[in-house]
Design a protein around this ligand. Sequence first.
Ligand SMILES: C[S@@+](CC[C@H](N)C(=O)[O-])C[C@H]1O[C@@H](n2cnc3c(N)ncnc32)[C@H](O)[C@@H]1O
Length: 386
Amino acid sequence: MTLAQLRTPAGAAALERAAVVVGAGPLVAAQSLRAAGFAPDLAAAALTQAGLRAAAVGKFGAEAGSMFFTRPGLEQATRRAVANRRAARLANSGVRVIADLGCGIGADALAFARAGIRVLAVDADPLTAAVASANVAVLGLDSLVSVVCADATTVDLSTVDGVFCDPARRTGSGRVFDPKAYSPPWDFVSALSTRVPRTVLKLAPGIDHALIPAGAEAEWVSVDGDVVEACFWYGPLASVPRRATLLPSGVLLTGSGRSGAPVGPVRRYLYEPDGAVIRAHLVAEFASTVDGTLADPDIAYVYADSVVATPYARCYEVREVLPFSVKRVRAALRERGIGTLTVKKRGSALDPEAFRRAMRLSGTGTATVVLTRVAGAPTALIVDPL
Ligand SMILES: C[S@@+](CC[C@H](N)C(=O)[O-])C[C@H]1O[C@@H](n2cnc3c(N)ncnc32)[C@H](O)[C@@H]1O
């Protein structure tokens, strides 16, 4: 079953029917399509695509219902809000024609085009490139995007004034953490800015800070508190050494990423910075916004005497500070009549779920326990979210 068949009138009808019945479960849905006269292979392909479209709504909104996906292509695709923000920044920086090297199903390419940038979208995988083409056509962006199936390392970049590369970080056996295993390879990707100065790389949030090139900007992006990517902005695109971008609000925190926050005792309020702030090494910059200190130089919990409304962190009021011991924490929680416990940790090797079970609680109250270290010592804090 090919993508081309799904794009015929019969394929469109099968997709329309599949969208209605896909939630009924695989057997019922397949029977329903066959009863409507669709051939088994077309019915199966339409149902797979309908399932992918439903799963894609979180990343692409209602538009997912008319797009095409492969499973790996959807998993690796940039969500629309993140792609739009990057595209707007590139357009504002004067990029007019961009090469998207390893375009996948086209999530970033579509965003570039919508920001008015012409796109040369390249993917080495023929099906993935065909899916990107289909998405460009379905969304009416053919005049701005050409999709080419090729190895990115062979592409002529003399006609573009910007490059975006989101290398594949997965193999058949799972995620790849070592940039040397990226595809296209890291040596090629990391040298792109020497060919086209306005280069942006999308990388895994866990990218090693040692790989941030001198003069480049490293940005970490979170969506609803989950860190979704790191991005290196090169040459004229770099504006600050480190940036945390928190979506959907779009609020930014910037800084050098180098300074350490002051250290002090546990104070009345605990702030848990957004993951993008932590990954960008901007905890000191955040701490200064709440007049806060760390209780351990290596742990990104910030403590302060007052509550400050901040977009950069969640705030908790500290109720009790206990040197860590299962018995002591259990006794303290039982005394408070706690039955429902949320466990958070930073700087503790304990498994939060195993710890929660070990508390054997049966009360009616709720509480949050933070397992951490204070001046190097394992410590449990009983806190209330504000
Ligand atoms: C992480 S995905 C890109 C996702 C894309 N930015 C999106 O949001 O839809 C990486 C893509 O790079 C492609 N790729 C891997 N090696 C490549 C190469 N040497 N040349 C071109 N494409 C390549 C893979 O087929 C995959 O589709």
